[in-house]
Write a protein that binds this ligand. Structure first.
Ligand code: C5P
Length: 370
């Protein structure tokens, strides 16, 4: 019998799901505040944040893969006493093992989700800068619809009548929330109630949001999320490679599209060199955004491994509720009747979609990437 991994006696499966829900809510709030709380000339570069995210996520995944490989080698070792030299030897062997796995002939498969995730992570910045936190969270639920569409098209997944119905309700719910937010075109960003007390270094200023641009970005992000998620699932299930190695490959391929906009961006007026320019205007909120994004990528990997995408959907819908509560407490977010109706429809649809079906009705994938 395999022992289920746990943290403080709680199964890792549930710990990771709850952490993902809190992470999702925290990301939208911190990212939104990091964008709207500073005037444009003092704003940090989202392209730098996307690049840092991939660098940190890749490094952490590498450390985990290396530690796992070392532990395996150590448990297989017959030596009773470990001299420092023997330890170094084991670490070196583990390093080359992981390196070999990273450069496996099928590593190119990760290039497609890598590009898609970089685009998605960049679009997220545009969306969150132009939409209130709660509206962004609700509209982002449309990724369930795109994930389903790509699963049907690429994985030949069959959906039950209930699932199709819930997708229909999801679209209606998002539509209701959209109409309400679009009515206030050019809305002012909700500045935290206690903006000065939070320690904002800048004077209170009005950030004008463009909901149409926000909705456009979030819709495009839903498409990349669905396609990248399904593609990543195909790659993971089509081979026996370690999840952390797949994550490193994903980060490595992401570096190219993440670096391009930085290299081609016009140099700032008083350039201080590539590295210092990269971190220009990077304050606590920007670092907070990157840290929460990194955490999100890592937890997503754990959730996929110890749970499944269905449970992941539940975690996301729980994060909507957390974002609502936080938006009311922290920001001047006014909840209207149409918002409540739209958001409730989305939540009910998410719940309906994630309800386990009586029997599995999956046909074999159309093509397996192996
Ligand atoms: O909302 P969605 O589930 O599509 O978001 C996935 C997020 O998790 C993206 O920001 C992506 O970069 C990240 N991710 C990751 N590693 C994976 C899968 C997703 O970092 N293996």
């Amino acid at each position: 019998n395999q022992v289920e991994p746990s943290i403080l006696g709680l199964p890792l499966k549930y710990v990771s799901l709850i952490t993902l829900a809190v992470q999702n809510a925290a990301l939208s709030i911190v990212m939104h505040y990091s964008r709207v709380s500073t005037p444009p000339h003092l704003a940090y570069s989202p392209a730098s944040a996307v690049l840092l995210n991939e660098l940190l996520k890749g490094s952490i995944s590498f450390a985990i893969a290396l530690y796992n490989a070392y532990s395996l080698l150590e448990s297989a070792s017959t030596r009773q006493r470990k001299t420092p030299l023997a330890c170094i030897n084991l670490w070196m062997t583990a390093f080359w093992e992981v390196w070999g796995e990273i450069l496996s002939p099928d590593c190119w498969k990760l290039s497609i989700p890598a590009i898609l995730y970089v685009i998605q992570n960049s679009l997220q910045f545009v969306a969150i800068s132009n939409l209130p936190v709660a509206t962004f969270q609700v509209t982002y639920q449309m990724k369930i619809l795109t994930t389903a569409a790509f699963s049907v098209a690429l994985l030949r997944k069959k959906l039950t009548g209930t699932k199709w119905l819930s997708l229909f309700f999801l679209a209606i719910g998002v539509g209701i929330v959209q109409i309400q937010t679009s009515a206030g075109s050019g809305i002012r960003a909700a500045i935290p109630k206690n903006a000065n007390a939070v320690g904002s270094a800048h004077e209170y200023h009005v950030h004008v949001m463009n909901p149409l641009k926000g909705f456009g970005a979030v819709t495009a992000a839903c498409f990349t999320s669905g396609l990248a998620g399904v593609y990543f699932e195909m790659v993971l299930k089509g081979s026996k490679a370690d999840l952390w190695v797949r994550n490193i490959q994903l980060s490595l391929f992401s570096l190219i599209p993440a670096l391009l906009p930085i290299l081609y961006a016009p140099a700032p007026p008083a350039s201080r060199g590539f590295i210092l320019d990269l971190f220009r205007n990077f304050g606590g909120w920007a670092w907070g955004t990157v840290a929460i994004q990194v955490l999100g990528g890592l937890i997503t990997a754990v959730v996929i491994k110890y749970s499944d995408n269905i449970m992941k959907g539940f975690a996301t819908s729980l994060s909507i509720v957390l974002s609502f509560l936080a938006s009311v407490v922290l920001f001047d977010f006014h909840i209207t009747l149409s918002f409540i109706i739209g958001a409730s429809t989305v939540l009910t649809a998410t719940w309906m979609y994630n309800k386990p079906a009586a029997a599995s009705n999956r046909t074999p994938p159309m093509f397996v990437l192996s």
